[in-house]
Write a protein that binds this ligand. Structure first.
Ligand SMILES: NC(=O)c1ccc[n+]([C@@H]2O[C@H](COP(=O)([O-])OP(=O)(O)OC[C@H]3O[C@@H](n4cnc5c(N)ncnc54)[C@H](O)[C@@H]3O)[C@@H](O)[C@H]2O)c1
Length: 191
């Protein structure tokens, strides 16, 4: 059974969620490649050390660049504030690491494109949260969703409704008008 060394940047709410999720992946899904909590980074080094002890990371650092450069870290999970996403992702991609980046992916579409392009060039796995793609839009301009936000109350209603066909893990999604109206914001590729 293989392992993949995980490095998480950020030890706030989502950092804790990611650490718990990576810990659960092995026993729940029993994949051939199991995540190993290798290193955690936070600008607040005390917080990083606290997270190391709390979640069982092998090491902690106050310098995210040290985490990205570490050979035992093969996947970098970015849960720092949005303003850092692009710089951290590009550094990790440049170092040949696979990247999971929290949403919103970046501050602008241009930044997101740069991240996606770098990931393609470096042939690494690059993932963000809530990726939906669709062949349909009201004006025909949207070719692919990078990221969209649906208020939780509306999402619950949509999941309960029979027309709701959006499913995680599928390649394409045809959103109904009702679903499109529920979307609060989106970051997209534009043709
Ligand atoms: N909280 C949520 O429900 C939620 C849901 C989805 C996505 N997100 C996204 O997750 C990301 C983090 O959100 P959060 O709620 O966990 O924030 P948070 O403020 O709880 O945690 C952010 C952490 O990043 C650390 N940090 C800040 N600058 C850093 C740097 N330069 N280097 C290393 N660490 C640094 C902070 O010290 C803090 O521990 C954001 O992009 C956010 O949009 C949050």
């Amino acid at each position: 059974m293989g392992e993949i060394g995980v490095g998480i940047i950020g030890t706030g709410f989502m950092g804790a969620c990611h650490a718990l999720a990576f810990t659960a992946v092995g026993p729940v899904f029993q994949p051939t490649l199991r995540p190993r909590l290798e290193m955690v980074a936070d600008i607040d080094e005390v917080a990083a050390q606290r997270a190391r002890a709390r979640f069982g990371f092998a090491r902690a650092t106050g310098d995210w660049r040290a985490l990205v450069a570490d050979p035992a870290v093969e996947l970098v999970s970015i849960t720092a504030p949005n303003v850092w996403h692009k710089g951290m992702a590009l550094a990790a991609i440049g170092a040949g690491k696979h990247v999971y980046c929290e949403k919103p992916l970046s501050l602008t579409i241009a930044e997101s494109r740069a991240m996606v392009d770098a990931a393609r060039t470096n042939k690494i796995v690059f993932q963000t949260e809530g990726q939906f793609s669709t062949s349909r839009s009201n004006d025909g301009l949207v070719s692919e969703f990078l990221y969209l936000t649906i208020p939780y109350s509306k999402f619950q209603k949509l999941v309960a409704s029979k027309e709701f066909s959006l499913k995680m893990g599928e390649k394409k999604y045809d959103l109904t008008d009702e679903q499109l109206q529920a979307v609060r914001s989106m970051t997209t590729y534009v043709k």
